[in-house]
Design a protein around this ligand. Structure first.
Ligand SMILES: NC(=O)c1ccc[n+]([C@@H]2O[C@H](COP(=O)([O-])OP(=O)(O)OC[C@H]3O[C@@H](n4cnc5c(N)ncnc54)[C@H](OP(=O)(O)O)[C@@H]3O)[C@@H](O)[C@H]2O)c1
Length: 252
């Protein structure tokens, strides 16, 4: 019930989608939960929902491609809630449509790397030193099935950024483990966030279901439950893993 009691948890990109679901579950499990995003109105909707359910919650904005903004975010959290014990570096997304590699613009390539790999690196860079000093912490990063299973239809800039996050996660696990910090990664397949419900046509959703041994698409709650497990002491001997939460559709 209170698996995260007395823990401060930051979930980046929790103004909507998967991040909002992780934050709601963490707050329900007793964490002092910090929401983060760029859209203040969307953040307020999630904050109000968690607060109404009795959760202790703070909502802050920052652009994670800018280290100065992340450092300011960390200072606010430490002043209001204390040091972060659990960091879920969830923010990210795919700003470029899938297509031939030579048609990816330089701008689109950089935007994909920045929004995913660089933002994850900068977030970890800001929060890791404090965790090392305190001798404990759990970090969870977000990859994607796109990084695990390349196809001719893959969004390659996004997939390359996510593959970079997987390697970064493993490297971090080796460096941070001796300091009592675990670092793991979740790689989801298609998750039915509000955005995907809107954007993926019904017939494509039905076709996607057939590609999953477990015949349904994922929900934000599927990812939240995996994040909760990795965040808590139940996973105290688990570090450096990439967990495919993908209904069996990624078997490599
Ligand atoms: N949904 C899926 O099917 C799926 C599958 C595999 C992997 N993933 C990964 O799971 C994570 C969450 O995905 P989602 O579908 O829940 O995404 P989403 O609904 O689009 O939400 C993305 C979140 O990240 C924030 N964000 C993005 N770039 C940011 C930046 N530069 N600075 C600050 N905040 C930023 C957004 O903030 P604002 O909206 O407030 O600006 C929002 O809160 C992402 O890393 C995504 O790549 C998702």
């Amino acid at each position: 019930m209170n698996a995260l009691r007395n823990r401060v948890a930051l979930v980046t990109g929790s103004s909507r989608g998967i991040g909002a679901s992780i934050a709601e579950l963490f707050a329900a499990k007793g964490a002092k939960t910090v929401l983060h995003g760029r859209d203040a109105a969307a953040l307020e909707t999630v904050r109000a929902k968690i607060a109404a359910a009795g959760g202790e919650v703070l909502a802050l904005t920052a652009d994670l491609t800018r280290f100065d903004e992340i450092e300011a975010l960390r200072s606010r959290i430490e002043a209001e809630f204390g040091s972060v014990d659990v960091l879920v570096a969830n923010a990210g997304g795919n700003p470029v449509r899938p297509g031939p590699i030579e048609e990816i613009t330089e701008e689109g390539w950089r935007a994909s790397i920045d929004a995913n790999l660089t933002s994850t690196f900068l977030t970890v860079k800001s929060f890791l030193p404090g965790m090392k000093e305190r001798g404990h912490g759990s970090i969870i990063t977000l990859s994607s099935a796109a990084a695990r299973r390349p196809t001719s239809q893959s969004p390659f800039a996004y997939a390359a950024a996510k593959a970079g996050i997987e390697l970064l996660t493993k490297g971090l696990a080796t460096q941070a483990g001796p300091h009592g910090i675990r670092v793991n990664c979740i790689a989801p397949e298609t998750i039915m966030t509000e955005r995907n419900e809107r954007q993926i046509p019904a017939e494509i959703q039905r076709a996607l279901v057939e590609s999953h041994p477990i015949r349904r698409l994922g929900t934000p709650e599927d990812i939240a439950e995996a994040a909760l497990f990795l965040a808590t002491d139940s996973a105290s001997w688990i570090t450096g893993v990439v967990l495919d939460v993908a209904g069996g559709s990624v078997l490599v």
